[in-house]
Design a protein around this ligand. Structure first.
Ligand code: ME8
Length: 662
């Protein structure tokens, strides 16, 4: 029998800077859904990618002194690494600079033109470069871009327009008659209708002539296809529409769901369906506009530094912990405030205390009392029924939530059962049963019940924390069929072969960890706030003549004084397990002292006698009460197991102390 298909997409991200936790949020959610549908037996197509054209990228590349292609290649490589690190199981990754995509976009544009849905006109209005959007005077807020609050420029150009206005009625019909669940959550439907459709849709300007980094309009040289037409088309070109690179269009289109951030719901629920109507193609079944992750104080901003960098968070707490937190903490459709404290609390309470404890207590008791397998001679008694019933009903409740994309609700259901099982341990007191040989049958039933609950919960947690579930299943020693979705419906007289337990989710010392993160942040701020992550919306205002975000000028770079220095002495900073105090010969004759958070990776003897690179003109700062007059350079990376790795940059010993580095 042919498998049912499921096609799910994320937005394609702008590779204008490194991605931050907000981008991870949407991608992890899509990954969870894709894994869930695969687990159910669907033939899944999960697409993500990058949206690489437009003036913003062209400007950034120029400022960086590289070609736009070089600029995006570099960032896209980092994005792919991030998805690998975060265990994202996308089936395809589309880049809008891929040849096949560009050719398809050209065909789509021409097709719309030939059908009369694109026509040539002239545009006069206000243009916001960072948002790549035209605005009318009345749409501006205080004369500035209503989306990002930045300056807009007066523009007039000959341009092509898409007859968006023509589709208003058909869109309304689709929303209300044909597919009432098209826009989720429902509040976004009201927003689209009241804010955009009812006031009257205007035709959309779909070409640009003011820059060149984009897909050229084949029949009118000098015109570039508007970046949103280019970007939205990715959902079909990636399946082979208009190209012969892929051949899955018939199989997977229409998409089952597009996951998008709420700010781009408009493009996906108005512009995109209208484009598809104009092309005579089926419309996506659903667009889910999810909420934003905000930081305390309102927005994620680069001044908050690495703490919102998913690479750092995965390195410190593990990929699964972060995945779990993102989907458990915030209802998918609403905004949520991200904080390190919330993250650590959630890991400690749910993963370490509830799930981790249940697994380790149960497994160690099973091992202690019965070795590996649980004897078949089991005395079940009626109080077990309520627990078993709850576990056997769990899959239904979980599924009901998952089908609504209510990831938080699905996880709450699973953890209700986990909590109930922990309570059951306290009620049945297996350690007391273990003392009485006459109770062996009862003890076997209790431990069997607990193992079955762990197994069922683990199956349902697979999409969220896949690596940890694999470890749990290994520890339970069950065969593959007992780990399948079908087997999550009932107690299955499963055979267990219990293995050595390993602490899955170590408890995090909140106080120490927050201090460490604060210190990392202080170091960054002292170092001039390194831009670690792409700034999330809403965007902060920038001075008019500032270089694009994430880019510095050569003059900025010249401000940093880098010199070679030799480590003459080194010792741990008292009361800190992270910091080392280094005495340096910096060629001045007086020397200097630097405090560095590298003790986790280096012992003093690894450093003494070595030559390092020092940022010599950093404002001195006290770290744990010890004055630090500079910073040594080191590379920060993530090992395959997710742990953070730091390697100091050492210099050739023949270079004299005090030599400056340009
Ligand atoms: O808009 N919280 O790309 P983009 C939650 N290229 N999600 C966030 C977030 C935050 N703070 N910040 C970003 C684009 N996101 C276009 C899309 S699609 C055809 C073209 C997520 O790099 C959210 O899903 O600005 C948002 O829609 C997406 O990143 C935008 O990424």
């Amino acid at each position: 029998m042919k498998k049912k298909t499921f096609y799910i997409t994320t937005p394609i991200y702008y590779p204008s800077d490194k991605l931050h936790i907000g981008h991870s949020y949407c991608t992890v959610a899509a990954d969870v859904m894709a894994r869930y549908k695969r687990m159910q037996g669907f033939d899944v197509m999960f697409l993500t990618g990058t949206d690489e054209h437009g003036q913003k990228i062209e400007d950034k590349a120029k400022a960086a002194g590289v070609t736009p292609q070089q600029y995006v290649d570099n960032i896209v490589a980092g994005i792919k690494d991030l998805w690998k690190l975060m265990n994202i199981s996308n089936d395809r990754f589309i880049r809008t600079t891929d040849d096949y995509h560009q050719q398809s976009v050209q065909k789509i544009f021409k097709e719309l033109y030939d059908r009369g849905d694109i026509y040539k006109g002239s545009y006069k209005g206000k243009y916001c470069t960072p948002c790549e959007s035209f605005w009318t005077e009345s749409q501006l807020i205080d004369g500035k871009c209503p989306d990002c609050g930045r300056e807009v420029a007066e523009t007039e150009e000959e341009a092509y327009f898409f007859r968006l206005s023509k589709y208003a009625d058909r869109l309304m019909h689709y929303y209300y008659e044909e597919n009432p669940h098209f826009i989720e959550p429902q509040s976004r439907l009201n927003e689209m209708v009241n804010n955009f459709i009812r006031p009257g849709l205007e035709d959309l300007c779909v070409s640009r002539t003011t820059f060149t980094w984009g897909v050229p309009v084949t029949f009118d040289p000098g015109h570039i296809v508007y970046v949103w037409v280019d970007a939205l088309s990715n959902y079909i070109t990636a399946l082979g529409y208009g190209n012969s690179r892929y051949h899955d269009f018939e199989k997977y289109w229409p998409a089952d769901v597009h996951f998008v951030g709420k700010e781009i719901t408009r493009f996906h629920t108005i512009v995109w369906p209208a484009m598809l109507m104009a092309l005579d193609l089926p419309l996506p079944k659903r667009v889910f506009g999810h909420g934003w992750l905000l930081l305390e104080g309102g927005k994620m901003s680069k001044s908050k530094g690495n703490v919102v960098d998913p690479v750092v968070l995965c390195g410190r707490y593990g990929v699964d912990s972060l995945r779990y937190f993102l989907l458990r903490e915030f209802p998918f459709g609403s905004d949520g405030v991200f904080s390190n404290e919330a993250l650590i609390n959630r890991i400690n309470s749910d993963l370490a205390n509830d799930l981790g404890n249940l697994v380790s207590r149960t497994l160690s008791m099973a091992k202690k009392y019965f070795g590996q397998a649980i004897p078949q001679d089991r005395d079940f008694i009626s109080p077990d029924d309520q627990l078993i019933h709850m576990a056997e009903e769990l899959r239904g409740r979980y599924e009901e939530a998952m089908e609504r994309y209510a990831f938080q609700d699905a996880l709450v259901e699973v953890f209700k059962v986990v909590a109930r099982a922990n309570k059951y341990i306290d009620e049945t007191a297996p350690w007391a049963l273990g003392k009485d040989p006459a109770q062996a049958g009862r003890l076997a039933a209790v431990l069997y019940n607990l193992l079955e609950i762990i197994r069922i919960s683990a199956i349902l947690l697979t999409p969220f924390i896949p690596d940890s579930v694999e470890k749990i299943m290994r520890q339970l020693g069950v065969d593959e069929s007992a780990a399948k979705y079908e087997s999550a419906l009932y107690f299955a007289n499963t055979e267990y072969c219990v293995n050595k337990t390993e602490n899955l989710f170590p408890r995090i010392d909140m106080k120490k960890e927050l201090e460490l993160l604060e210190q990392k942040q202080a170091e960054q701020e002292a170092a001039g706030a390194q831009p670690a992550a792409k700034q999330a919306k809403p965007k902060a205002e920038q001075p008019k003549d500032a270089a694009p975000e994430g880019i510095i000028t050569i003059d900025d770079f010249k401000k940093v004084k880098l010199i070679v220095a030799k480590v003459t002495a080194c010792e741990p900073v008292p009361k800190s397990d992270k910091l080392l105090r280094l005495s340096l010969d910096d060629g001045t004759g007086t020397g200097r002292q630097v405090v560095s958070g590298i003790h986790q990776w280096y012992q003093p003897e690894d450093l003494v006698g070595k030559k390092v690179v020092v940022v010599a003109n950093l404002r001195p700062a006290k770290l744990r009460g010890v004055m630090s007059e500079g910073m040594i350079l080191a590379a920060d990376s993530v090992k395959p197991d997710g742990a953070e790795d730091v390697r100091v940059v050492f210099m050739d010993d023949s270079i004299p102390c005090g030599s400056s580095i340009h």
